[in-house]
Design a binder for this molecule. Sequence first.
Ligand code: WQD
Length: 341
Amino acid sequence: MIHQRNILVTGGAGFIGSHTITALVEAGYNPVIVDDFRGADTTVPNRIEKIVGFIPSFVIKDVSDKAGLKEVFEQYTFVGIIHFAAYKAVGESVQNPLKYYRNNLLGLVNTLELALEYNVPNFVFSSSCTVYGEPGEIKEVTEDLPKGFAASPYGNTKIIGEDILKDVHKSGSHINIISLRYFNPIGAHPSGLIGEFPIGKPNNLLPMVTGTAIGKFEEITVFGSDYATTDGTCIRDYIHVMDLANAHVKAIEFLESGKSSFETINVGTGQGASILRVIQVFEEVSEVKLNWKFGPRRPGDVVEIYANADKANHLLNWYPKYTLEDSVRHAWNWEKKLQDD
Ligand code: WQD
């Protein structure tokens, strides 16, 4: 019997998850995706098939249903787990905190309990730069910076999630753990076959830029023009979703090497870009004039944050391959292909 290197990918039909599936297959792993498609498009499996040549195993389950999730652990032996399944809309989490605490934390606890019960050796957690809160004067954040005050229940579920993992590690459990702190994932697979499927009006910048350019929205509002930054607009670390996907493969490979049993790692380019810079890049690569205006600041926005990515570079031997221009170009390519579908 061929011993497949099965990786359980919860929430694997989502934006980051679907791109990570393609990277896992390319690296020789067999992804088993658990997703109930509440935050994903049902065309994703067939889109992935066009990229990797087959439809990976998709199991329609809700990670907050432990009994249902257990059936997957009965069926497969996993060499690792990548846990994406969580709600991630910052604004919605403020309106409906219990929805976020229940789903994000119960889903993590269920998956971890089953991982321990079935002796799965490696676990990668989808965390976020939101755990830093407002870094203030320290704009380039390193992993040892204390976790800040989460500006939203969503961000708090990531802070609590990391603390749960730390306590599981400290309890002497066998499982090796990496928390990956994402910065701002943007773009789409170069093929234009998978990308971000925002549900309703997107909160995030890039889908709003491409959606406005394609005519879905009248104009985009730039939230705030009076920040203490180079051009008065907020600065973020925009990372290509495929670079982020590859970081997950590197994380699993690192854990399989047994070099360490518990790490927290930033995954960002190490470069900050302002909103006006992103708009400028978009207009350059698309040759489309974007209809935008300045508006009031958005509550909860961090002024400026970008990754110190040294740890990802040196520990995981991971380096971003794509530029901001590539990310914006692939995002625009995806938006146009979605329009044609
Ligand atoms: C970026 C900048 C906005 C829309 C979020 C999550 C974080 C992570 C990344 C998951 C801000 C400005 C946006 C618009 C704008 N996700 N903006 N007009 O808030 O940095 O982080 O995505 O892990 O957890 O919180 O990303 O894209 O919403 O905003 O001016 O129409 O773009 O004000 O300054 P954010 P974002």
